[in-house]
Write a protein that binds this ligand. Structure first.
Ligand code: SF4
Ligand code: SF4
Length: 207
């Protein structure tokens, strides 16, 4: 199995990397600690990210991901953007040093690229034992309590999604369930929609 095929990826132009930066597995770091995470964030190409799994007791699962353009070190509620590590000649990392989410994605000339040996969920769930540490890093880097920080970022996310009419964004449904007040505030700010508006009135303002 060939993990890297520069011919296929250069013809594709890095579609996966233009959608969002790929995920690190916890196994990608020699030592997983708040210091090693902060050191990696300081290099400028990595962020702390979150995913929503509504069936989990705590639906927010934090992990490390390659940082997207114009995103900050803490990019919890992220709309998809272009990976900062994508250069005109491809990924700046050698295969050996690439985050697992990019390393184990097998290029396919028909665009049907898929993971080898691991799944994306395996990679994200490798961070399960480090949730408290990652939350502490979020707080010390941002200076804001975690619950407040994620709500601020959720509202920014909703406003961006509505301003750009990205209604098919992957995580929009989950985020609406998790952050209903922030969603309502963004609907009011962007479209002037209030809770008492009928479905027809909402649709007319949004489309
Ligand atoms: S892995 Fe697939 S989607 Fe990503 S750049 Fe290569 S061919 Fe394109
Ligand atoms: S780190 Fe490399 S492989 Fe991963 S998304 Fe960025 S450019 Fe692509």
């Amino acid at each position: 199995m060939e993990l890297e095929n520069k011919d296929i990826c250069s013809k594709c132009g890095g579609l996966c990397c233009k959608q969002t930066g790929c995920y690190y597995s916890a196994d990608d770091l020699k030592v997983v600690s708040s210091k090693s995470v902060k050191d990696l964030l300081d290099k400028g190409y990595t962020c702390i990210s979150s995913d929503v799994f509504l069936m989990r007791e705590d639906p927010i699962l934090l992990s490390l991901r390659s940082r997207n353009k114009n995103a900050s070190k803490i990019d919890l509620v992220s709309y998809s953007r272009y990976c900062t590590a994508l250069s005109p000649t491809g990924c700046i990392y050698s295969l050996e040093n690439r985050p697992s989410g990019g390393k184990y994605l097998i290029p396919n000339k028909d665009g049907d690229c898929d993971y080898y040996k691991v799944t994306l969920i395996d990679i994200i769930e490798s961070w399960e034992p480090y949730q408290q540490m990652l939350r502490s890093v979020c707080e010390s880097v941002s200076g804001i309590p975690f619950d407040e920080l994620i709500r601020i970022q959720a509202q920014d996310y909703f406003e961006y999604i509505y301003q750009h009419q990205m209604y098919d964004h992957n995580n929009l449904t989950e985020y609406r369930i998790l952050f209903p007040e922030e969603n309502d505030r963004a609907l009011k700010k962007v479209f002037g929609i209030s809770k008492s508006d009928s479905l027809e009135a909402r649709m007319a303002k949004m489309f």
